[in-house]
Design a protein around this ligand. Structure first.
Ligand code: AP5
Length: 218
């Protein structure tokens, strides 16, 4: 199974991807998380990416493409969920062509549909475990008592100015990717509001429908 989790910043892509990892045994490939790790480790890529990420802008496509390519190759072109990639038409075209070349077309592109008013609340109340990358929400999904509170931090791009910039970048550069996959037939729209488990079950049903459609002889 090869999935893309698509949606605006704060739609719940990372949260739902980690449920799919635990329950379906898929590997999550989050370009945002790979870049944040590079920043923590102080690599050359991390140093270059940091200025873009803190400002809420997209990291140059060439850098992210090579991270995505290496990560997909490392999992053997199967059983993965892409979270945060692709987010431009150029990235979507490259991914389609790259997976075709490896005879590994996408099973589905799950688009988490969440209205703007939820997004700002989700991002401003989000906290992450700086050691593990695990994501929480102060009200809906608080960090458990056994996690050291000193590890719980706010992402630098979850400040109001960066949130506004990320939403405008999403509308200008990433929204067209949704239409791209709609035209290509892989897009599955899923209501991303409600309890985490409800959203997860909707995603599961969409994946089952997409797999059934792919398996149907023509
Ligand atoms: P990335 O890390 O991918 O950030 P994003 O796309 O902005 O998405 P988020 O991680 O903010 O949100 P999410 O949808 O994963 O939501 P989450 O599950 O955390 O990218 C960061 C940056 O890296 C980019 O801005 C860019 O600079 C760079 N980058 C990455 N990929 C790139 C690419 N391909 N090209 C160029 N640059 C790239 O949930 C959010 C909050 O809501 C949490 O608190 C969560 O607990 C809560 N929540 C989740 N579900 C629910 C629910 N159902 N009800 C209530 N709360 C919920």
């Amino acid at each position: 199974m090869r999935l893309v989790l698509f949606g605006p910043p704060g739609a719940g892509k990372g949260t739902q991807a980690s449920l799919l990892v635990k329950r379906e045994g898929l590997t999550q490939i989050s370009t945002g998380e790979i870049l944040r790790r590079a920043i923590r480790e102080g690599t050359e890529v991390g140093c270059e990416a940091r200025q873009y990420m803190d400002a809420g802008k997209l990291v140059p496509g060439k850098i992210v493409r090579s991270l995505a390519e290496n990560a997909i190759a490392a999992v053997g072109y199967d059983q993965f969920i892409l979270d945060g990639y692709p987010r431009t038409i150029e990235q979507a075209e490259w991914l389609t062509e790259f997976l075709e070349r490896h005879d590994a077309p996408l099973t589905a592109v799950i688009s988490l549909e969440v209205p703007d008013e939820h997004i700002v609340d989700r991002l401003s109340r989000r906290r992450v475990n700086g050691e593990t990358g695990q994501t929480y929400h102060l009200d809906f999904n608080p960090p458990p008592d056994n996690v050291d509170p000193s590890h719980i931090v706010q992402r630098s791009d979850d400040q109001p100015d960066a949130i506004r910039k990320r939403l405008s970048v999403y509308r200008a550069e990433t929204m067209p990717v949704r239409q791209y996959f709609e035209v290509h037939g892989e897009l599955c729209k899923v209501d991303g509001t409600g309890e985490l488990e409800e959203v997860y079950q909707r995603i599961r049903r969409s994946i089952s429908r997409a797999k059934a459609a792919t398996d149907t002889p023509t």
